[in-house]
Design a protein around this ligand. Structure first.
Ligand SMILES: Nc1ncnc2c1ncn2[C@@H]1O[C@H](COP(=O)(O)OP(=O)(O)O)[C@@H](O)[C@H]1O
Length: 183
């Protein structure tokens, strides 16, 4: 978890390779649907462009379907989900139906000016300054309360510095040795 620009996706890619589980990013899934002009993509596009969250039911159904894929049978790394308390409750229901529970939640933190600078440099269509600022506000309003849902599981990692430094901090926060690969 973490605000836009904290580097969730970058770290999730590295960790999913190290852990040998798929990286499930709701942002990437939505962008794929938008790019393929699927019915879901056409519905989600205006939310992405505005930096608004796609409605919970649409998002949760998409995640539920993704986690039913065979590659997610042994585990997965969720990036950008849950982003609301309602999504967190839906995820609990999905996991308990599978007889599973989350192992850990990583919260990436960084000063807002660092986040804004990174997103402006990233240059995605939804990375314009006003949409970036709006997404930060959406994060504080909708997603920060989700952390309370996972209070015992949350490891907070300062997402400032090089990618490698942040990865090392994250592995340490998760109690995983450096360079671990469980493929
Ligand atoms: N869990 C979610 N619930 C609703 N909308 C989402 C969710 N995850 C991603 N999105 C949509 O996709 C956009 C991009 O998400 P993401 O790639 O995680 O970017 P960032 O973390 O930089 O905001 C969000 O602004 C939102 O419109």
């Amino acid at each position: 978890m973490g605000p836009p620009g904290a580097g969730k996706g970058t770290q999730a890619e590295i960790l999913s390779r190290r852990l040998g589980v798929p990286h499930v990013s709701t942002g990437d899934l939505f962008r794929d649907h938008v790019g393929r002009r699927t019915p879901l993509g056409r519905e989600a596009a205006r939310f992405l462009d505005a930096g608004e969250l796609v409605p919970d039911r649409v998002t949760t159904d998409m995640v539920r379907h993704r986690l039913e894929q065979p590659d997610a049978a042994r585990g997965f790394l969720l990036d950008g989900f849950p982003r609301t308390v309602r999504q967190a409750h839906a995820l609990s229901a999905i996991l308990s139906a599978r007889g599973e529970a989350l192992d850990a939640v990583v919260e990436f933190t960084a000063p807002e000016e660092v986040l804004v600078r990174r997103l402006l440099a990233r240059g995605r269509p939804d990375d314009t300054e006003d949409v970036i600022r709006h997404r930060q506000r959406v994060h504080h309003r909708e997603t920060v309360p989700v952390l309370g849902h996972y209070s015992g599981l949350v490891r907070t990692v300062e997402a400032v510095g090089t990618v490698e430094e942040i990865t090392a901090r994250t592995l340490s926060a998760l109690g995983l040795p450096e360079g671990v690969s469980t493929r």
